[in-house]
Ligand binder design. Structure first.
Ligand SMILES: *Cc1c(COP(=O)(O)O)cnc(C)c1O
Length: 433
């Protein structure tokens, strides 16, 4: 029995579960989706929370530009390019033998500075907020100060009394680890032992304490949480429940709005925007989708993309049971090459917040993730990790919204992948094509 029902009863009530447990690719459209204006003002987070997060990142920009010189050109604002990918659109049409209407863009979070993935949004933001909170409490900083102070020995010494802890399958650990170490925090990242070796090595090289667990990711997170709770100087980044992390991601929407304006891309009733977001526990895609709904309302449709072996958000959203259900209870193995998306139980916070706002969720096989990874390199010379290619197939699988549609596939990671590892991904994809 799972939550009072047998698997057969679940499948009867939600026939898609039958296909999901066979690891078939599926599309679910959200029949609970409701006009944004009737939903947004009843939620626990609002536009002003997003703008506050954006303002905090602006305060930190001079510091970021100073300590991470790769961000100097962008004045310390960590943001990714929006790239038109018409070659990829043609390649997608060839691959799926389906015409795709509208224009295809890729939002290249694979190129985000500092940690090369979408986690450079939420993860870095949460560490910065923690640092600001501590420094403000100690009377060391006010919002009017020059935040380059955060790079001083005085601040580094101060933060060295504190620790930051998180559990991660990889990329969150990289973002939290790199940012925390730079500020002077003690930082411990709990990882499952099947996390990519190069991610662990990179973290250790930066002075991060990496603890490996032979159990799965959720156990790793649990241990981190427990240890941290018993120590007031320790701060646990909780990727299932953190509003801070979520708001760091949501800032992407404000930035995207400006990029769309710069490109003269109209988004209105007649010119819909469809956004495809790879989803693991849900914070990244959820935060971005929330920000986009706040800004574009019903003119944007947000779809989440999950691996066929880890469709946790789909299971939670479709049933409305959110984090009460895990893919493992339904016999799915949660094993996928898309390590950033290998999550068996979705965030209940994100699921509840967005259950009336997302347009749908689809799943992608690992085979197709690798194919897409090869195809986008051949067509656009964009290098992704497997998790990051899940959004690309979106325009070929969701309901057609016509020739005026702008499709944005969010490519969520890739830049930190060592060349020889990426080459293997690419060859895997090529061999499948
Ligand atoms: C973490 C991650 C995601 C998804 O973010 P969640 O907050 O876990 O849903 C997508 N792509 C990549 C590359 C990631 O690392």
């Amino acid at each position: 029995m799972i939550e009072g029902k047998t698997i057969e009863q679940w499948k009867e009530e939600f026939p898609l579960i039958g296909q999901m447990t066979e690891y078939e690719e599926v599309l679910w459209t959200n029949d609970k989706a409701t006009e944004a204006e009737n939903v947004l003002d009843k939620l626990q987070l609002s536009e002003s929370d997003v703008l506050e997060a954006e303002a905090r990142l602006k305060r930190f920009a001079p510091y970021i530009a100073y300590v991470f010189t790769e961000t100097t050109d962008n004045a310390g604002i960590i943001e990714s390019p929006l790239t038109e990918t018409s070659e990829m659109k043609s390649a997608l049409e060839t691959l799926y033998k389906e015409p795709v209407s509208g224009d295809l863009y890729v939002k290249e979070d694979n190129r985000l500075a500092i940690s090369g993935s979408i986690k450079a949004r939420g993860g870095i933001y949460e560490v910065l907020k923690r640092a600001e909170d501590l420094a403000a409490e100690a009377g060391m900083i006010t919002e009017e100060d020059d935040y380059k102070k955060f790079a001083s020995d005085e601040f580094n010494d101060f933060f060295s009394q504190y620790s930051i802890v998180c559990g991660s399958t990889g990329n969150l650990g990289l973002s939290i680890g790199i940012m925390s170490a730079e500020l002077g925090f003690n930082v411990t990242i709990h990882m499952s032992d099947d996390a990519r070796a190069w991610k662990k090595e990179m973290l250790r090289a930066k002075g991060v304490n990496v603890v490996e667990h032979s159990d799965d990711y959720s156990k790793a997170v649990e241990q981190g949480r427990n240890e941290s709770m018993h120590d007031p100087k320790s701060y646990f980044v909780d990727d299932e429940n953190s509003h801070t992390l979520f708001l760091g991601y949501a800032v992407a929407a404000v930035r995207l709005k400006a990029q769309l304006q710069d490109e003269n891309i109209t988004v209105d009733r007649e010119h819909p925007l469809n956004v495809y977001l790879p989803c693991g526990v849900g914070g990244g895609p959820g935060g971005i989708a929330f920000g986009l709904k706040v800004i574009f309302g019903d003119n944007v449709r947000c779809y989440f993309a999950e691996p066929t072996h880890s469709p946790c958000m789909l299971l939670g959203m479709m049933t409305g049971r959110h984090d009460n259900l895990s893919v493992q209870e339904f016999g799915m193995d949660n094993k996928t090459a898309a390590d950033g998306l290998a999550v068996g139980r979705a965030s209940g916070f994100v699921g509840n917040l967005l259950e009336k706002l997302i347009a749908g969720i689809y799943t992608v096989s690992d085979e197709n993730l690798f194919k897409l990874l090869a195809v986008i390199y051949d067509s656009e010379q964009i290098k992704l990790e497997p998790s990051a290619s899940a959004g690309l197939i979106g325009p070929a699988v969701v309901p057609d919204t016509g020739d005026n549609t702008t499709h944005i596939a969010w490519s969520t990671g890739g830049d930190m992948v060592p060349d020889e590892v990426w080459q293997e991904y690419y060859e895997t994809g090529k061999n499948l094509l």
